[in-house]
Design a protein around this ligand. Sequence first.
Ligand code: GLU
Length: 427
Amino acid sequence: MTAKAGDRVKVIADNDIKEGILMPNEETDSVVIKLDNGYNVGIDKKKVKEIKVVEKYKEKEESTGKKPKKDSKKPTIAILHTGGTIASKVDYETGGVIAKFSPSELMELFPELKKIANFDSRLIDQMLSEDMRFEHYKKIANAIKKEIQKKVDGIIITHGTDTLGYTAAALSFILENIDIPVLLVGAQRSSDRGSSDAAMNLVCASEFITKTDFVGVAICMHESTGDNSCAILPATKTRKLHTSRRDAFKPVNDTIIARIDYDTRKIEFLKKDYPKPNGKLVVKDKFEDKVGIIKCHPNMFCDQFDFFKGYKGLVIEGTGLGHAPVDPPNKLHVNIMDSIKSLIKSGTIVAMASQCLFGETHPHVYTAAINLSKAGVVYCKDMLPETAFVKLAWLLGNYKKDDVKKLMAENLRGEINERLMKDEFLD
Ligand code: GLU
């Protein structure tokens, strides 16, 4: 069992054994534990042989249980918490991370929200977003469906930032014809730090939900490093492009949908043609598990592709316009082409996106792409590789194989920008 912050652990080091509560500490080279006498000690990671979990961390019941009073004149927003730093606090007594998700706790953490709407909230999960799996997308989508049935005016999903883009794409594929706004909101600094971006991101998301007629899935995060505005970003075309800046999320091959000015609370739409519902809500929540993604790089070998034998789908993150090292005379590269062909022959759907991110793939310019395309590789135009990955797994879960290839190259949720301009690039 891997130890997590808050667990009671026994740290076995070279010439010492210590027992206490494991504290969160990513910044130094020490394993820090809180001893029973209250003192924290650091043990050099290099000297640690084993960390045994003595007792798992138990979350403290901190909620007062009191629900904030509802104002019947205000709209209602549901907050579904999935984890990450946004609505969590480190409990420095125990070292555990506590999710602050009940309505009263959220109002305590972010008092400004009270002025905007009534809030209902639920804990869906308390996880780091790198641990997300398809089953979690399903769980979130069905929690959204329940809130829609309760007739809430909008939904905020609080989420870790690392894979927030993947979840946004997944939800926009799963929820067909959604007729309320669903905004994924994260934070690059936790809510208990002075410099946290959590409150502003949540406030802007709430303002946007209550003041506009936007419907569909989108992301709401800081637009710049200052506290001036937040951006509403397209769910299938946004990427975390910085490890730590508050404005880490940027649209790729697209523009932001809207901007919320934090001081004036004015909303400016930059794009009005976001996908609109066209019938009743349908939840298509199946995903094919055996889908992979491979990044091309110099000096590849065919066994890297052979690894995906038995997979139902594979996204190649190709170089440039959508290339893989498949050209003769290098025999190793001929072997790679054979491996890709044999994957396709055995039934794997192979799709191509570009690791350039900006611009689109093109199957008719260079021989490598011409041959890959002839072999049956589906070119995904300007789709983000991670969106292509989520889409392929979703299509394989919900559609007949013959349709998957066709739909992969079609725009379903704004994931392909049909009017991509050459000058749409890091302005
Ligand atoms: N790795 C964490 C996650 O993505 C970082 C915390 C955060 O971004 O909220 O969940």
